[in-house]
Design a protein. Structure first.
Lengths: 505, 306
């Protein structure tokens, strides 16, 4: 057998209170696309940070082509041919593309030469980019191209990709895969981290599964079903959310002909948006982030006020009402950003329960707060939604992302909304918790609530929504029933591939 | 009232002198803020520089040694800010205010024995031929070396930020310190160097007041120039040449209004005294209407979490 490109042997890294990686060993061969799978907190990020030299392992060794490899810093790892595309883009918004790329290189050529090399490489791999554009103005897909090209310019032997497809349209994913396949055929190895099991099945040669920091198994993804891989990740059988057939009632939420400029500088204005949701219906709204999702949520929640008639609830004009009067009527929302928007990070769960629950749950009287009732409301959320926390007195910040998400969704669900609007309800949440949240949304709809679910996870939308519409540059497509919708049709609704083309070399 | 008493050549020449302390302090703070750090202690570092420079030049008789001591004094005081914000991860606003209060008190203590003394003067540069050109000569070519250093520093900071890798890394750290860290740049180290540069510049600016502009030592003699420098950086949209423009505008109107007061113009003195602030702010607000904005990590505490 040939020497693998990179061999990890017994890597261990502990942080106070948690062992992030415990004796992890596996090999990545030359020209192999190797998947790294695991739930949130399974230790994937720590592992790749060790390979990239950002974190030093407590024990264990790495061999690069049989030679001991222990990069003290990312610079050394880059020097040895290891490149990484980060999950949260490591880009600088105010700088231009060429400057961003120069920052990720060891010895960048002068700007003029670099710009022409960027053009050359980006065209070779079908990822066109203008080196002089400011990164802050680029779409998510284009930003990722910047990261990828930054890596490619250094002729990497191993390319690490952390959740690369979470922000892309299906067409963009296809083009990314063409590029990765081309790299593989040139002998580059790829370590690919993703939650999306179907992608891993089409792309990867080999998969390693981490659970709670341990290597719990390996498989060949193309020969293993997505469900089996998910169960290996979770370590137990997975519940698929069930949806019962149900009748829709009258129209609960009606938005017609709405055009609103964005309140933020880099935001997207909404243009002529129409939507109606009936009682008991789940409307899924897809689309790549930054196409007006935040603005749409703001309009439905009452954070952005419009003319009264633009938004109607049961026929009543509510467009000019703020969040609190809307909550009183039964229109509840759960925004995307958990820390800072849906929850106040430094306040306890009890206080956070009060913040949105006070109106409907009667948690205050004459300006005084009813702490006892609030605490029992928080405890009820924690119990029903299985939020893992020592108790409601803990700060929201101390909860893991998935647990806090269960809390903020549960907080709205338990207030018996007539209309519930959620944005990215399972963003960054592991499979088991995501299934629980989706089930809760479906149960709510079964009781007659009209639900609007904004999400970038298409599988999720297909699973829970009755009709589907997509946001693209602030325009909402006409909603269509979910049953029978194909991925191609969805991709077109989402606006296609934004000018990308398939690799042609 | 006799506006004819105002000599335009002297006016322009003295506005450059009036602007230099502000320019030096502001260009230093610009570098600090470009690295993502908000140091509100400029006033404190200036006054400490003013007394350090004054004391050393009186003791040694050399204004040059005085300026070097002022730069060192400002930089050493900025190390206190480094300690608080980069290692103890304290709030930058509170630490900066503390630095100013500490600097004002500490300089008063150091300056006890220096009140009423005249420092050795630094001669003006006199270049044969060009210094003797009428009008242009006295305006541009008959100043002290530190004034030219201020202009040279502005040019240097502009060129380094725009054309060099060091400048690119500095901007990157100020723009997104997490990403810079992920790429392997030493965020804390770069910030410490930037803060010390800012301290040294503020110290020079302070010493320019006590050694050249005034020249004597009185308690609290920087009289808010450090605060104006802070505002200037913001209104100049973090652009070096605009800082120079703003500083000269402010210096110019300060000198002009003093001249107008002396000439007995029938405008109440209070209005004249506030005019430099109002006009500088107005002009720079109009200039900063373009889309350039603050470094995105400005004032945020960086802590490598892994």
């Amino acid at each position: 057998m040939t020497t693998p490109l990179l061999s990890l042997q017994g890597l261990t890294k502990a942080y106070p209170g948690v062992v992030a990686n415990d004796q992890v060993s596996f090999d990545i061969g030359e020209g192999e696309v190797h998947a790294l799978l695991g739930e949130n907190g399974a230790g994937k990020s720590t592992l790749v940070k060790m390979i990239y030299g950002l974190v030093k392992p407590d024990s264990g060794t790495m061999l690069l082509r049989g030679q001991p490899f222990a990069p003290p810093e990312p610079r050394a790892a880059r020097g040895d041919g290891i490149a990484m595309v980060f999950q949260h883009f490591s880009l600088f918004d105010a700088l231009n593309v060429a400057e961003n790329i120069a920052l990720g290189m060891e010895n960048p050529p002068p700007m003029g030469d670099l710009a022409s090399r960027i053009r050359e490489v980006s065209e070779t791999y079908g990822l066109p980019l203008d080196p002089y554009r400011t990164v802050g103005d680029l779409s998510a897909g284009e930003r990722q191209r910047v990261e990828i090209i930054r890596c490619l310019l250094q002729d990497p032997k191993l390319l690490i990709m952390d959740e690369p497809t979470s922000v892309l349209t299906p067409q963009e994913v296809e083009i990314l895969f063409e590029t990765l396949n081309k790299l593989r055929s040139e002998g580059t190895s790829i370590l690919y981290i993703s939650h999306k099991l179907e992608e891993i099945r089409t792309l990867c040669d080999h998969a390693t599964i981490l659970r709670l920091g341990k290597n719990v198994g390996e498989c060949v993804p193309s020969e293993t079903s997505a469900r089996d891989m998910a169960e290996m990740m979770v370590g137990s059988t997975l519940q698929t959310p069930e949806r019962s057939g149900r009748e829709f009632g009258k129209v609960a939420l009606d938005v017609s002909g709405l055009s609103v400029p964005s309140p933020s500088e880099f935001g997207t204005a909404l243009r002529n948006v129409h939507l109606t949701v009936r009682e008991g219906e789940v409307l899924g709204i897809g689309g790549v982030a930054g196409n007006g999702q935040d603005e749409l949520l703001g309009i439905l929640s009452g954070e952005i006020l419009t003319t009264a008639d633009a938004v109607k609830f049961n026929g009543q004009a509510i467009g000019n009402l703020g969040p609190t009067p809307r909550r009183k009527l039964g229109v509840l929302t759960a925004p995307e950003e958990r820390l800072g928007h849906a929850a106040a990070p430094n306040m306890s769960l009890t206080e956070n329960a009060l913040l949105t629950g006070s109106v409907r749950e009667g948690l205050e009287s004459n300006g005084f707060l009813k702490w006892a009732e609030t605490k029992s409301f928080a405890e009820k959320i924690i119990e029903i939604f299985d939020v893992r926390t020592p108790g409601p007195e803990n700060a929201a910040r101390s909860l893991s992302g998935g647990n806090l998400q269960k809390f903020v969704i549960g907080r709205e669900v338990l207030q018996n909304p007539a209309v519930l609007v959620v944005n990215q309800p399972t963003w960054g949440v592991d499979a088991a918790a995501a299934a629980a949240i989706r089930q809760a949304i479906l149960d709510l709809a079964a009781k007659g609530t009209a639900v609007v679910c904004i999400s970038q996870d298409l599988d999720e939308l297909m699973e829970i929504s009755d009709s589907f519409a997509a946001l693209n540059e602030g325009r909402l497509s006409a909603p269509r029933p979910t049953t029978g919708l194909t991925v191609d049709e969805i991709g077109l609704m989402m606006g296609g591939a934004h000018g990308m083309e398939v690799a042609h070399v | 009232m006799d506006l004819g008493e105002i000599n335009p050549v002297l006016l322009v020449a003295s506005l450059m002198v009036a602007a230099t302390p502000l320019l030096l302090a502001a260009i230093g703070e610009l570098v600090v803020e470009k690295a993502g750090v908000l140091n509100l202690g400029v006033e404190g570092m200036m006054i400490v520089g003013a007394i350090s420079g004054f004391a050393i030049s009186v003791e040694t008789g050399s204004p040059w040694l005085g300026f070097i001591a002022a730069a060192i004094g400002g930089a050493v005081l900025s190390l206190l800010f480094v300690l608080l914000t980069q290692f103890a991860l304290a709030n930058q606003v509170a630490s900066g205010l503390a630095l100013t209060l500490f600097g004002l008190g500490f300089s008063a203590l150091m300056g006890q024995g220096y009140v009423g003394i005249k420092p050795p003067s630094m001669g003006d540069i006199h270049i044969p031929v060009i210094s003797d050109i009428p009008v242009i000569g006295p305006i541009l070519f008959q100043h002290d070396p530190i004034l030219y250093l201020g202009i040279a520093l502005t040019a240097l900071v502009w060129a380094v930020l725009k054309y060099t890798r060091v400048g690119l890394i500095l901007r990157a750290v100020g723009e997104n310190h997490d990403a810079a860290h992920a790429l392997g740049y030493k965020v804390i180290k770069i910030r410490i160097l930037a803060i010390m540069f800012g301290g040294a510049c503020a110290g020079l600016g302070g010493a320019y007041i006590s050694l050249i502009r005034v020249p004597q030592w009185t308690e609290g003699m920087t009289a808010g120039v450090g605060w104006i420098a802070l505002a200037l950086v913001v209104f100049a949209s973090w652009k070096p040449w605009r800082v120079l423009l703003g500083a000269y505008l402010f210096g110019g109107i300060t000198v002009l209004q003093l001249n107008l007061q002396a000439a007995g113009v029938a405008i109440p003195v209070e209005y004249l005294a506030m005019s430099p602030y109002i006009i500088t702010i107005l002009v720079l607000v109009i200039l900063s209407a373009d889309k350039s904005s603050a470094p995105a990590s400005l004032g945020r505490t960086f802590h490598a979490s892994h």
